[in-house]
Structure formats: C-alpha cells, structure tokens
Design a protein. Sequence first.
Length: 154
Amino acid sequence: MNLKKYQKKRDFKKTNEPKGEKSIKNNQIFVIQKHNSTHLHYDLRIQIQGVLKSWAIPKKPSKIGTKRLAIQTEDHPLEYANFEGEISEGYGKGKVEIWDKGIYKNLKDKSMKKCFAEGKIEIELKGNKLNGNFALIQTNIGENKKNWLFFKTK
Ligand code: MN
C-alpha cells in the first residue's frame, strides 16, 4: 500500500476519515461517493492491488454512455469504500455519501495493475445504479495525464 500522500494531507485528530491502517480482504470492489465539497463531484474508486485507485468526476456519472471527465486523485485505503460523513477539516471539506457501490470484473486479459499503468481500464460494474461494461481511458486533455474519461461502453 502506498498511502503516504493520502495520510500526509490529513490530520487524523481533526478528520473522521479512515487512516488506512487496516487491510480489508474484500475482493474487487468499487464505490462512487457523492462529495458535496466546494464543488459537488463524484469520487470513483476501484480496488487495485490493495488500495482504492481514485478519480474525481465533476458531473454525475452517466448510465447510458455519456463520457465524463475523471480526474485521477491520490490512492485511498480500502476502508474508504465504507466512508460516509462530514469531512470537517482540510482537504475535501464537505459531506460524503455513498452514491453507488458494488463489485467489478476486469474484462481484459491483463492484470488491473497493467491496465491502470497503460491507461486503459475496461470493467464490468455490478452496482445499484451503474451496471454493465464501463471504460476508464487516460487522455491528454489539457496535456494533463491525470485526466481520464469514464463512460459506459454498451
Ligand atoms: Mn472528493
């Protein structure tokens, strides 16, 4: 787990977010947290190699295939998938609630780690709101490698 950046940004005496010390043996989970911060956004997180790889989506994820900008943010601990509440201090101040949660299946023959590194993730989501095949593709929008696109493929 590499959660140094996540932990460094937070004072855990002041925030009720998980520290990321425990490891949870859940398999292949994804979660989307509606985060009513300075700007309302949706935090997509998918489990890859013991952490939640994370993206902030400025607009509500589309169930029908509209492409959404997804800006990669720092890895979060697995426990974060269960987190709901008010972040009171520092980074990301505002209310967090789970918008969708479930499991996913990797649709490619490569490992998720490799798909992530290559910037081309294709997964089947089994959630309450999002169901079916979705892609997360790294782009060069604004020449920023943190910019990905998230959309339903069929
Ligand atoms: Mn957020």
